[in-house]
Design a protein around this ligand. Structure first.
Ligand code: IVH
Length: 705
């Protein structure tokens, strides 16, 4: 926890306690300021409660260390300057928090003892949802709304009457007869999570402030200087208590709330009157269960002694009444409904199931989606659409679905069936055998590679990359830009960019940030690659498991592009034909690569792309290995910083010359090419007596060939 020091309070020395209290006061003040004045909290309520709980526990052990600036001595933060100030006639205080059943039992016991009630006397206590919004005090004089004040520091708040008048739930005039001369109605302004999400989406569209959660959004909306902005925000209100009341319309909490209802004020329907801790706790559990379905956020249950004469006798200690208690829900977990499962296709074709949830606040953040990781995870948890699921959010981690609640499973649900086709392009989606573990891969992948819209940008990026077509100046940004314009969808489009440009379909030179020269340079770079060696061509296709080395193996095995394409088309027809066997018989090509290549060529759209590409580029057979080179047949290791070439260039150059490039030095190594900073490999070379040369010497030798 942010307090940084979680030493057992009983073990704290007085000076340690003093130092920690100072730190806690500072931290809490900062969080209060963010929460109350900037509507931008950075810790969850439960983290904040931990800080306050620790401060109060330390103060309880060392009462003489309590200072006037301690948060235990005040509520909230001072009123903002921008609004007029309102002095509360009755302070707007807070409630003590409880987190366990025992604390609730203690509360009831404490009240009974304070009132000196005989063991058989009935004590009524109400239990109602604790609404997660911002508290407000509404003053009605002769039924007319005349003032609306935020809590501020509990004694003085901000006058937000103009804004509050725009909230539909707040009557500007109370209805009914015998209205009090004056009454301060207190309650909570809040926002529904679904309205909050819509608001945030709209804010995002206009580049305006994004709110962390519905409560911050409600608070931020009430504190608008321009009431027309507040009017456009979906704010709501529940009334639950009062300040000054002249007269009070009842003798109990319950009766007063019934009067509020008659006057046209919204009162929460989920209040009960209990007579034992068991009844209160039962209601607490019920509300915790129903929390997700309510449509508004609650963060606990508030218990209040029902009889108002008892409340008056009980009074307050420091900032909270003896007659009330807030029983908070345990942090970071919530239940909600799984409304659907959507499949997201990643840039590499991985299909991830994402839970679409009825929005719920978990740990101060509204959660509407959660990852379900993969197909097996959904099957293992047997989560079905319509289920009530348990959601957990830990810190900043993406929310997780822990499981479903069996008793709440609706009749007729079916196990979720994972799609076998890609939702983005309709191609087959397959699960491969992981070559390392020999087990079925957890991830199902789309095989649509070159045509799948979800994978297109990534594929294009790969296609032009240095080890593939190596088109200079065609970076990720340009690809994305052209893709967004609709100019580039699949690799063959790269080679028609210039002719399209000439037809004035899209004039590159006229674009912002471009010009004649840069357009010409790009077209020149593309044209320079209209001839490409077969290994690069194969690698550029982006077939799964076909890296640079495998591409070269395939290129060597099939020689020309025509032979390669013809044989792959045949191999794709069935896994039980000679062509497929010939493919997997190639040294270095196993079942995994074979399947992957066959799947690629089994998709019509992929073969179409290959065919179109061949209309624009000339594919040369792989350069023959130079067996006369002085490095042919040698095992070479490159180590240290190379200055004249990249590691990849060095590798492909050596391989072209017939050398085998290895990553580690052994007695079988023939040459180590060492640049500056070479370390352990150099030592190994010396140990085995392997020849060590520098980069210049390497170039000298290979130039002879
Ligand atoms: S009664 C003396 N009832 O919780 C304060 N408060 O932690 C009496 N709250 O400041 C408050 N729902 O903003 C009460 N049903 C409810 C509530 C509720 C939410 C808030 C309120 C209060 C805070 C106390």
């Amino acid at each position: 926890m942010p307090s940084g020091n979680a030493t057992n309070i009983q073990k704290l020395s007085k000076s340690q306690a003093k130092a920690e209290l100072r730190k806690l006061i500072k931290q809490i003040a900062e969080h209060d300021e963010r929460y109350y004045q900037r509507d931008a909290p950075i810790v969850s309520d439960s983290d904040y409660d931990v800080l306050r709980g620790r401060l109060e526990a330390i103060e309880k052990r060392f009462p003489d260390l309590v200072t006037p600036d301690s948060p235990s001595q005040k509520v909230g933060a001072p009123a903002l300057e921008k609004f007029g100030k309102v002095r509360h006639r009755f302070p707007m205080l807070s409630l003590n928090n409880a987190f366990s059943n025992e604390e609730v039992e203690d509360f009831v016991g404490r009240v009974r003892r304070f009132l000196k009630l005989p063991a058989d006397a009935t004590l009524e206590i109400t239990a109602e949802p604790k609404i997660d919004g911002l508290s407000i005090s509404l003053r009605y004089e002769n039924g007319e709304l005349v003032e609306a004040a935020t809590r501020g520091d509990g004694y003085e708040g901000e006058n937000v009457i103009a804004n509050v008048k725009t909230i539909g739930d707040v009557p500007k005039r109370l209805t009914g007869r015998n209205l009090p001369k004056a009454i301060d109605i207190r309650g909570e302004i809040y926002m529904r999570p679904e309205d909050f999400l819509k608001l945030n989406a709209a804010q995002e569209r206009t580049g305006s402030k994004i709110f962390a959660n519905p409560r911050s959004a409600a608070a931020g909306s009430v504190r608008q200087l321009d009431a027309s902005i507040t009017a456009a925000r979906p704010l709501r209100f529940f009334a639950y208590t009062w300040g000054e009341a002249n007269p009070l319309p009842g003798k109990t909490q319950w009766e007063v709330c019934q009067a509020f209802k008659r006057w046209g004020l919204p009162v929460n329907e989920l209040m009960i009157v209990g007579t034992s801790p068991e009844q209160l706790l039962k209601h607490y559990r019920k509300l915790e269960q129903e929390r997700a379905k309510l449509g508004y956020d609650i963060d606990g249950v508030v218990y209040k002694v029902n009889r108002i004469d008892y409340q008056e006798r009980l009074g307050f200690i420091s900032r909270a009444p003896r007659w009330g208690l807030a029983h908070k829900f345990t942090a970071e977990k919530a239940m909600t409904i799984l409304e659907g499962i959507e499949i997201q296709v990643g840039r590499t074709g991985a299909m991830t199931p994402v839970a679409r949830l009825k929005p719920v606040t978990v740990g101060g953040v509204v959660v509407a989606n959660a990852t379900l990781h993969n197909e097996d995870e959904v099957a293992r948890k047997d989560i079905r659409i319509g289920d009530t699921v348990i959601l957990q959010r830990a810190g900043d981690v993406i929310p997780q679905i822990l499981g479903f609640v069996p008793e709440k499973r609706p009749a007729g649900t079916k196990p979720y069936k994972f799609p076998e086709r890609c939702p983005a392009c309709g191609s087959h989606a397959v699960r491969e055998i992981n070559p390392n573990t020999n087990k079925l891969d957890a991830v199902r992948r789309c095989t649509g590679g070159l045509i799948c819209p979800a994978q297109r940008v990534e594929r294009l990026r790969h296609f032009v990359s240095r080890l593939a077509f190596d088109i200079e100046g065609m970076g990720e940004k340009i690809i994305q830009e052209f893709f967004d314009e609709g100019w580039l969808e699949s690799p063959p489009d790269i080679f028609t960019l210039e002719s399209q440009d000439r037809k004035a379909a899209h004039r590159l030179a006229e674009r912002e940030g471009w010009g004649e020269v840069s357009a010409r340079n790009l077209f020149a770079a593309i044209n320079a690659r209209r001839t490409v060696p077969l290994d690069r061509f194969i690698f550029a296709l982006g077939i799964r498991h076909v890296g640079e080395t495998t591409a070269r193996t395939l290129a060597r095995a099939y020689g020309t592009v025509e032979t390669f394409v013809q044989h792959m088309n045949a191999a794709a027809r069935s896994r039980d034909n000679d062509e497929f066997r010939r493919l997997t018989d190639i040294d270095g090509i196993g079942e995994v690569v074979g399947n992957s290549v066959a799947e690629f060529f089994a998709e019509k759209h992929n073969t179409k792309v290959v065919k179109e590409l061949l209309d624009h580029v000339r594919v040369t057979p792989l350069e023959r290995i130079n067996s006369t080179s002085p490095v042919a047949g040698k095992t070479v290791v490159f180590t240290g910083a190379l200055e004249r070439m990249t590691r990849e260039e060095a590798k492909s150059m050596a391989e072209r010359l017939g050398a085998k490039v290895s990553g580690s030095v052994s007695k079988n190594t023939d040459i180590v090419v060492a640049g500056p900073g070479a370390g352990s490999k150099l030592k190994e070379a010396q140990k085995h007596g392997v020849e060590v040369i520098d980069e210049d010497e390497w170039f000298r030798r290979i130039q002879q060939s």
